[in-house]
Ligand binder design. Structure first.
Ligand code: ADP
Ligand code: MG
Length: 252
């Protein structure tokens, strides 16, 4: 992302101002910032899903995607996928898990036979730790929150993306389930050499699994760099506050 600014329709103020960042291959980049600072907007701009006016350049795998017509972009979309905060709202209630996970495959790999399609769906469900026979014919409301988020991850993973954008992927889950889903995300990242943009409020999670960190406030990036360096010598007052708050919480 290069010099990105973004303004929503009908808004006078920009939600993002002059943001530049590079997400490395096989790298976990965490994004932290207060509510309303523009984290989700940045994720949507990267996915080319944000409504409104964008300035700047978005390049994925060496290719400018901000200038492509949607028709040309569509086949490339398999390569960058997003997992949303609330799996209940992001999964269609009227589709079975088999349909949800398989839908993108029909779109992106229409040449697959029925058996190949089925095998890919089963493989993706196994990858996220679900028992295919138990979930394939179920509907989202029949699953737990953690299972639903695993389905959302499988739906992305089945397309073999290189980049996953994870927008607070565990914040709607119980604490113990959060840990399990985070462990799953770590193992998938390592297994497939995925690049993650991980939006989270949890500095403990960032310390445990991110390589790089981006701190946003009021639509601008106030700090970015290697996680260890920022934890050791935070440059912005806001980052220092975040670290102090998380140390306080750990001590309680
Ligand atoms: P975060 O994810 O960090 O909480 P958002 O990216 O959701 O922040 O929001 C950034 C700013 O953009 C906020 O001021 C928010 O009110 C505004 N915003 C978000 N979505 C829209 C929208 N669809 N239309 C207009 N303004 C929006
Ligand atoms: Mg958000």
């Amino acid at each position: 992302l290069n010099s990105i600014s973004h303004t929503y329709p009908g808004e006078s103020e920009a939600a993002l101002r002059d943001i530049s960042l590079t997400l490395g291959d096989a790298t976990v980049t965490a994004l932290v910032g207060p509510n309303g600072s523009g984290k989700t907007t940045l994720a949507l701009v990267l996915m080319r899903l944000a409504a409104g006016e964008m300035q700047g350049e978005v390049e994925i795998g060496g290719q400018r995607i901000d200038t492509l017509p949607e028709r040309t972009l569509r086949p490339l979309r398999a390569g960058f996928q997003m997992v949303f905060q609330d799996p209940f709202n992001s999964l269609s209630p009227r589709m079975s898990i088999a349909e949800i996970v398989g839908e993108g495959l029909w779109l992106h790999h229409s040449q697959l036979s029925d058996e190949e399609h089925r095998a890919a769906v089963i493989g993706a469900l196994q990858d996220v730790g679900l028992e295919p026979a138990q979930v394939l014919h179920r509907y989202p409301h029949e699953l737990s929150g953690g299972q639903r988020q695993r389905v959302a991850i499988a739906r992305a993973l089945v397309l073999k993306p290189r980049l996953l954008v994870l927008d607070e992927p565990t914040s709607a889950l119980d604490l113990t389930v959060q840990l399990q889903v985070l462990k799953l995300l770590v193992s998938l990242q390592q297994k497939y050499g995925l690049s993650y943009l991980l939006i989270t409020h949890d500095m403990g999670v960032i310390r445990a699994l991110a390589h790089r960190l981006l701190v946003m406030k009021d639509g601008v990036v106030v700090e970015q760099g290697a996680v260890e360096e920022i934890f050791m010598t935070p440059a912005s007052a806001y980052t220092r506050e975040l670290l102090a708050a998380s140390a306080w919480r750990d001590a309680v």
